[in-house]
Design a protein. Structure first.
Length: 270
């Protein structure tokens, strides 16, 4: 299968042979499973102080007083005196089943299954129906997958990158992602997540590209090297599939997926 190569100016720059990874069947259930498992690897472990809620002088008053036999804070003449303490389910008490820092909270996934999910996600970027169904705004004249000449990897300024995306016919999608920016309040804002925005295009480039430094310089636009691209990038929110732009160098690197793909296709055929 061949694809047209487009220059950053929007003009045709020839054709390129697509690697066999683009022949992988679309498997949304595997993409979802791989996404969920890989996302769990970024979770931060958390625990609680083992003695939290128990560092108090409290004892039960036993029966005969018409009150529950809970441990109660000792003393008198202050608000805390006589209050239930040191047990779960009371004010300032301990946590019944606190999270433990030693617990393994990440999920494992088979190597071939993870590779199949990644290959399926890459192949799905060539489906215009899936890309439009996710919410991306692209013109009907645009052919997928979008392959751009290596000149895009030399871009070093945000304004030049934005002009290149507009020339490729993705101006409406960038506007859509910018319009969905929403300021957050509360805990998220206090922790530095002041706003959130929609997701636009993902640009996959080669190893030595200067364009990686411009990742997130435009709202919703990410730049990844071909060897670092993941299902997390291709299907954010586990919803396939994201509008993706490949450079010629990235397409050449994707040809390294040929050997694993043949093994996966054999498993599918069985």
């Amino acid at each position: 299968m061949k694809a047209k190569v487009v220059a950053p100016t929007g003009k045709d720059a020839g054709e390129i042979e697509l690697p066999v990874v683009f022949d992988t069947p679309y498997r949304p259930e595997i993409i979802h499973k791989v996404y969920v498992n890989l996302l769990s690897h970024s979770y931060q472990k958390q625990g609680r102080y083992p003695a939290a809620g128990e560092m108090v002088s409290a004892e039960s008053r036993n029966t005969g007083l018409g009150i529950a036999r809970l441990a109660r804070a000792r003393g008198e003449g202050f608000p805390r005196a006589g209050q239930a303490a040191e047990v779960a389910g009371v004010r300032h008490g301990r946590v019944a089943h606190p999270p433990e820092s030693w617990k393994k909270i990440y999920k494992k996934i088979n190597h071939k299954e993870r590779r199949l999910g990644l290959c399926s996600a890459i192949a799905a970027t060539a489906s215009k129906e899936l890309v439009q169904r996710r919410g991306h705004k692209i013109s009907d004249k645009l052919n997928l997958p979008i392959v751009v000449s290596n000149d895009i990897e030399l871009i070093a300024k945000t304004k030049d990158l934005k002009n290149a995306l507009v020339n490729l016919g993705l101006g409406d999608d960038i506007t859509r992602a910018s319009a969905t920016r929403k300021a957050q309040s509360g805990t998220a804002r206090r922790r530095g997540r002041q706003a959130r925005s929609g997701t636009s295009a993902l640009i996959v480039v080669g190893d030595d590209s200067k364009l990686v430094a411009l990742s997130q310089s435009i709202l919703g636009v990410d730049v990844k090297r071909a060897k670092e691209v993941s299902v997390i990038d291709l299907a954010p929110g586990s919803k396939p599939i994201r509008l993706t732009i490949f450079s010629q160098n990235a397409i050449e690197q994707l040809k390294n997926f040929q050997a694993p793909i043949h093994n996966v296709m054999e498993l599918i055929n069985k």
